[in-house]
Design a protein around this ligand. Structure first.
Ligand code: MOS
Length: 734
């Protein structure tokens, strides 16, 4: 089977891990237990800035069942984990008396039971010397980091572009803090054996957990094993190695016992990252024909005091459209906030809202249909690099999405469409999602019974990785799906890349591709001098794998089964490793493309109550080759739900005086429920991408991006009210 023979849109195979999950047989990190296991709870700061003047642990230490109370006073020195290509790990916990944010860990209590640890945790008395926290983006005392990732971009002459514009939109847009909130509470279980450490963890990147724990405790990485075969969601929260992971390992080392720590929902708001708030200034202009003449996007988002975070808000505006005069700049203000992290489409989720809202505003100013405005400014080549795209079917997304949605029925005048008392609005947004692909490794074996075992330490956080990699391996090895076992989430396996940035399908898929081809090559090598084999002397490019055997591509009768070759040579299995690392755009001679999409939303607004109901959403997506239509559709659908939340509901509220998050629970932090989510229509367009041999682009994040803008634009079309600040709440519409 060759890649070319795999259909553009793969069959909707059910999740291979589905039965395990619905029968409760899939063990998540919190499900693990060990004999003699102790339990840890965290003590968190109740102020946002200052220092610890005193801490009294006597009552906690003498409480029933308590094994250890650890604070900055008795914690050992712990090293910070190694930097990753995109961020530093958060600082190690309990290293000094400084308080940098509300909810920062100031202590850890370990006890025989979780209840005893909880009770004792409340007895730790901390006395703070507080200073006035930095909590607002525009606080003049806050340090501002400019161009944090070197992604600021400039082309042409924006002053000239502004002068030649027939219409200009000059406006500020803002988005609030939002919290990832995966369903699964993050948990860590740690067990030491001498200097060896085994950890079960809710991670999107187990090898990074391994490196961080090895560094923290000064032990060899090879002795640290991290297991994350099942993770109850992440949305980015599991990309970094958070202090509670280090503290659980510390608790186990201190007490000499296996230790489990499960975060509470409130701790999930301060301890595992969040999407940062933004303020964005857009200045875009176009000539009378709707041709963009200037695009100026300046964004500020928040960052913790002693931390980095990859959150390019404005950066992607530089290459989304073919505007000749462009300026995009990102800045970050250092505040006394919990360390943020990626949350579904870091930066772009917020940046796209502002850009696509501004384009919508411009469409009314120049009198060009919003859909037509996107088409007129279509970037045929990557405008910053000047290189052709590895693939781009955004035009098909826009045209076929509009067709499916019925965009042509839209009355262009705002506030004119009605359904009874409801004001009806149509809105749309374009999406040019960024490209990212981490380096990744995988290993494939074929065993004596002719079945395959393919594995990598990469994770499946619910996205369908087990399923699509099983399908891909089966196709490449010529096996049935039930003849392939896929292993993930164990650092004893070859290092998988992070499950993040929508890059894992390409990264792991390419590594699996290399490993599967490698194992077929190993079979050919085995029979290279075998007079009994019809495959003797055959090259990889001459053979096809199907029905559990390798055969000559041009002669189906000349071949033999994997199991026969292994048996004749007395081998238990043959194994090969594969790895992937993307080329540079310059070497490849093309600009690597992430997914593209067009999002269309219909909303209904009750003019008396300000209620917004999303009644229809169409997402047209170019994600290259779709390995599994069912799981890919599921990804887009789930991302859309996140987009509806971003548009209408989600906001992490911080008390401006204390820095405390006031809605750190799922009762007060609103996420969409079924009644908020309309029927969705997802269509995939495009063709295999040229930047990786399997032709896939990620679908993890593109589902969310563009939804907030499409809804905001639909709200304007329904009501004539332009809401530039998310979430769109009824008070803004009354
Ligand atoms: Mo994603 S925010 O890259 O898990």
């Amino acid at each position: 089977m060759t890649i070319e023979a795999i259909r553009l849109i793969g069959p909707g195979v059910d999740r291979v891990d589905g039965p395990l999950k619905v029968t409760g047989a899939a063990a998540y990190p919190a499900d693990f237990g060990y004999p003699d296991m102790a339990h840890a709870v965290l003590v968190r700061a109740t102020v946002a800035a200052g220092r610890i003047r005193d801490v009294d642990t006597a009552a906690a230490e003498s409480a029933p069942g308590v094994l250890a109370v650890i604070t900055h006073r008795n914690a050992p020195r712990l090293k910070r984990g190694p930097d990753t290509p995109v961020w530093r790990q958060p600082p190690p916990p309990l290293q000094d008396d400084r308080i940098l944010h509300y909810g920062q860990y100031v202590g850890l209590v370990v006890a025989e039971t979780a209840e005893e640890a909880n009770a004792a945790g409340r007895l730790v008395a901390v006395d703070y010397e507080t200073t006035e926290p930095l909590l607002e983006l525009d606080d003049p005392r806050a340090e501002v980091v400019s161009n944090p990732w070197g992604m600021d971009a400039h082309r042409g002459d924006t002053a000239a572009g502004q002068e030649s514009a027939a219409a200009i939109v000059d406006a500020f847009y803002s988005t609030p803090d939002e919290t990832n909130n995966p369903m699964g509470l993050f948990a860590t279980v740690a067990v030491w054996d001498g200097d060896g450490l085994t950890v079960h963890d809710s991670s999107q990147w187990p090898h990074s957990v391994r490196a961080t724990l090895a560094a923290a405790f000064g032990v060899p990485e090879s002795g640290v094993r991290v297991l994350s075969p099942f993770v109850g969601g992440g949305f980015g929260a599991g990309l970094r190695v958070w202090p509670h992971v280090v503290l659980t390992a510390l608790a186990a080392r201190t007490t000499g016992r296996p230790v489990k720590l499960v975060l509470t929902r409130p701790e999930m708001f301060t301890g595992v990252g969040h999407r940062t708030r933004t303020v964005q200034h857009l200045r875009i202009g176009a000539d009378r024909s709707g041709q963009l003449t200037v695009l100026d996007h300046v964004a500020k988002n928040s960052i913790a005091v002693d931390d980095d975070n990859y959150e390019p808000v404005a950066a992607d505006s530089a290459w989304a459209y073919a505007c000749p005069n462009v300026d995009v700049r990102d800045t970050q203000a250092r505040l006394n906030i919990p360390p943020p992290t990626s949350m579904r489409a870091p930066g772009q989720a917020q940046g796209n809202f502002a850009l696509e809202s501004a384009l919508d505003e411009l469409s009314y100013s120049v009198g060009v249909d919003p859909l037509e405005l996107r088409l007129r400014n279509y970037a045929e080549v990557q405008p910053q690099l000047g290189l052709p795209w590895s693939s781009k079917a955004l035009r098909a997304c826009l045209e076929q999405g509009a067709e499916r949605f019925g965009w042509s029925a839209r009355d262009p005048r705002p506030g004119t469409m009605r359904d009874g008392n409801w004001q009806v609005g149509y809105g749309m947004a374009g999406v040019s999602f960024f490209w990212f692909q981490p380096p990744c490794q995988a290993r494939a074996s074929i065993r004596a019974d002719g079945t395959a075992y393919v594995r990598s330490s990469a994770t499946d956080i619910g996205t369908g990785t087990y399923t699509v990699m099983t399908q891909l391996s089966a196709e490449l090895l010529g096996l049935r799906i039930d003849e392939v076992r896929l292993g993930l989430g164990d650092t004893d396996m070859p290092a998988g890349g992070m499950e993040g940035g929508s890059g894992l399908s390409a990264a792991l898929g390419t590594a699996v591709y290399a490993a599967c081809r490698g194992v077929i090559q190993a079979f050919l090598d085995t029979v290279a001098g075998d007079p009994g084999s019809p495959l003797r002397g055959c090259r990889l490019d001459e053979v096809t794998a199907e029905h559990g055997r390798i055969r000559l591509s041009y002669d189906a009768t000349r071949g033999e089964a994997y199991s026969d070759i292994l048996a004749r040579h007395g081998l238990p299995e043959l194994t090969a490793d594969g790895s992937s690392a993307p080329p540079t755009p310059q070497d490849a001679g093309m600009a690597p493309a992430g997914a593209f999409a067009a999002k269309f939303a219909e909303v209904r607004v009750d003019p008396d109550l300000g209620l917004v109901r999303v009644s229809r959403i169409v997402s047209a997506v170019d994600a290259g080759r779709i390995l599994n239509e069912k799981t890919a559709t599921s990804q887009i659908t789930g991302g859309t739900v996140g987009g509806i939340g971003m548009a209408l509901l989600e906001e992490t509220v911080t008390d401006p005086a204390s820095g405390r998050i006031t809605n750190a629970n799922l009762g007060d932090y609103l996420v969409p429920v079924n009644a908020d989510v309309p029927a969705q229509d997802v269509l995939f367009v495009g063709e295999p991408d040229r930047f990786n041999p399997i032709g896939v682009k990620g679908v993890g994040e593109v589902g969310l991006v563009g939804i907030a803008a499409a809804i905001a634009n639909a709200v304007f079309h329904a009501t004539g009210k332009r809401i530039r600040s998310l979430p769109i709440t009824l008070d803004q519409l009354l």
